[in-house]
Design a protein around this ligand. Structure first.
Ligand SMILES: O=C(O)C[C@H](O)C(=O)O
Length: 509
């Protein structure tokens, strides 16, 4: 007699519950590896960023609110036993999408809807984060193994592929590629590498490799038992020697682990996919056998270290309602500021609209003169929150608009995460502006500095609308000052170490 059929409702409920679970709880292996990296970190700025990420992670677990404002694209991998049966007339993708809609609109913990339908033209938010990206594989057995992941856009944007020559070095390609990624993928995190098969197979292998347990600490302690493990250690050490560090600030740890999955390939080929995983590492697996929905037990809060964040001390306080070009000119790259007052928000879609309005000679819906703008798309609030988790988004996406907006509006300050490109840095210097960063992946913690929030303009853009926040003592770091000095250049340069190949030879790349 075969296994009992899996009820449609059990499948939907299990996927929805898993999505809610991973939005608030980091996997224990991630917390353990990040804690170890934090304890060993010698770069004060990187260590402080890691402290904020760990405190944020614990707060999310306690408050049952998302660890990151970017609650991700839902990726689902379903392995269906050849003898399993799902009692439904709908497609598996439809069931997954119903679960996504349930999870993301759950009134107890609404997650941010980030998916836009029609990626080329309208880019209209679907409102419930569906559809997901669902992969199905038929395997032996009579059960269903489901893995759900919620992958942030910043790290997904840094996915890379190369069709290498069979004799080319994977290590050299990974090093060159990771150096070029910048910090928009929110390190410290993981690298997923897929090698072999075909172009699309290498990318899926890279993505799936990120779902394996994080075990670099054990691997380093016991030593490699295979050539693949040797390669993992070699890449792990070589990438960390680049000195990129947490949030690209320069430091000892950029990656907590390196995962590699392989598949046989054509004699002429060596396809390689690389997908980084940001600090919002969110995934879990469960099995359905027809006996009911999966259940998920919250982890013990003892999993997290208790870290006291440094007090304000002598930190410079900034009144956002009275900033002047002279004051901004006095800020130095690397300095910590505590911001209070009114802060505008705007990100990708708002910048595109504002640039189009300026091109047409139209007035903007908000006056940016002398103001600060925060690149953020927050989660909706619940209960007595004024806003949900609201961490910074990757600023380089706003680079193409920066010169035009600074020149046309008199905007003084931008706040986001990770580095700016050369053209944006040049514009910041020419206009006497400044670029500040908050810690990516510390969204719930950041939201605690926000005292009020209201939508000011472009409401149709949903989470991308222009809002006005009132903030109190919001901690940020000056990343590009008015002289054009960038901490994302000076920081990593100070922490870069010589590359040593397995066997002792220096890496040529
Ligand atoms: O969409 C976002 O909020 C952020 C995105 O995950 C990013 O890292 O840039």
């Amino acid at each position: 007699m075969g296994a009992a059929p899996i009820a449609e409702a059990d499948f939907i409920r299990s996927v929805a519950d898993a999505l809610q679970y991973i939005s608030v709880y980091h996997p224990p292996d991630f917390v353990a590896h990040l804690t170890r990296a934090y304890e060993r970190e010698e770069s004060p700025t990187a260590r402080s960023a890691m402290a904020q990420i760990l405190v944020n992670s614990r707060m999310s677990a306690l408050g049952k609110r998302p660890m990151c404002q970017d609650t991700g694209t839902v990726n689902v991998f379903v392995k269906i036993g050849m003898q399993a049966r799902i009692d439904s007339r709908r497609s598996l993708a439809e069931l997954v999408d119903e679960a996504v809609a349930h999870a993301y609109t759950d009134p107890a913990n609404p997650l941010r809807a980030s998916i836009v339908a029609d990626p080329i033209f309208e880019r209209r938010n679907t409102g419930n984060n569906a559809p997901a990206v669902t992969h199905v594989e038929m395997v032996s057995g009579d059960r269903l193994k489901v893995t759900v992941a919620a992958k942030g856009g910043g790290s997904e944007n840094k996915a890379r592929f190369a069709a290498l020559n069979p004799g080319a070095s994977i290590v050299d390609w990974v090093l060159e590629t990771v150096e070029g990624l910048g910090a928009g993928w929110c390190p410290p995190g993981l690298l997923g590498i897929g090698v072999g098969g075909t172009a699309e197979k290498a990318m899926i292998l890279a993505k799936e490799s990120l779902l394996a347990p994080i075990d670099m600490t054990d691997l380093l302690a016991r030593g490699p038992a295979s050539k693949l493990e040797e390669l993992r250690i070699e890449i792990y050490e070589a990438v960390n020697a680049l000195g990129i560090g947490a949030q690209g600030l320069g430091g000892l740890t950029t990656v907590l682990d390196v995962k590699i999955a392989t598949h046989p390939t054509h004699a002429a080929s060596k396809p390689v996919g690389l997908i980084p995983q940001c600090v919002a590492d969110r995934h879990m697996s469960f099995v359905l056998d027809g006996s009911g929905p999966a259940t998920f037990v919250p982890p013990s809060i003892d999993l997290w270290p208790q870290i006291a964040l440094a007090g304000a001390g002598e930190t410079r306080r900034v009144d956002l309602d009275r900033i002047t070009p002279e004051e901004v000119a006095g800020w130095k790259a690397g300095e910590t500021l505590l911001l209070s007052g009114r802060l505008l928000t705007g990100r990708d879609a708002a910048h595109k609209r504002m640039a189009a309005m300026l091109d047409r000679g139209e007035p903007l819906p908000v006056d940016l003169k002398g103001r600060a703008i925060y690149y953020v798309g927050p989660v909706d609030p619940i209960g007595d929150e004024v806003v949900g988790p609201a961490g910074p988004t990757t600023s380089t996406r706003m680079d193409p608009f920066t010169d035009q907006i600074l020149a046309a509006t008199g905007l003084l300050v931008m706040i986001g995460k990770a580095e700016r490109g050369p053209a944006a840095i040049d514009a910041i210097r020419r206009h006497g502006a400044a670029y500040l960063i908050a810690v990516g992946g510390a969204a719930y913690l950041v939201s605690k500095a926000i005292r009020s929030s209201r939508v000011l303009a472009l409401e149709d853009l949903g989470m991308e609308a222009i809002r006005e926040f009132t903030v109190e003592d919001m901690p940020v770091t000056v990343a590009v000052d008015a002289t054009g000095t960038s901490i994302h250049t000076t920081g990593p340069a100070g922490w870069r170490r010589p590359q040593i190949r397995a066997g002792g030879a220096p890496v040529s790349a």
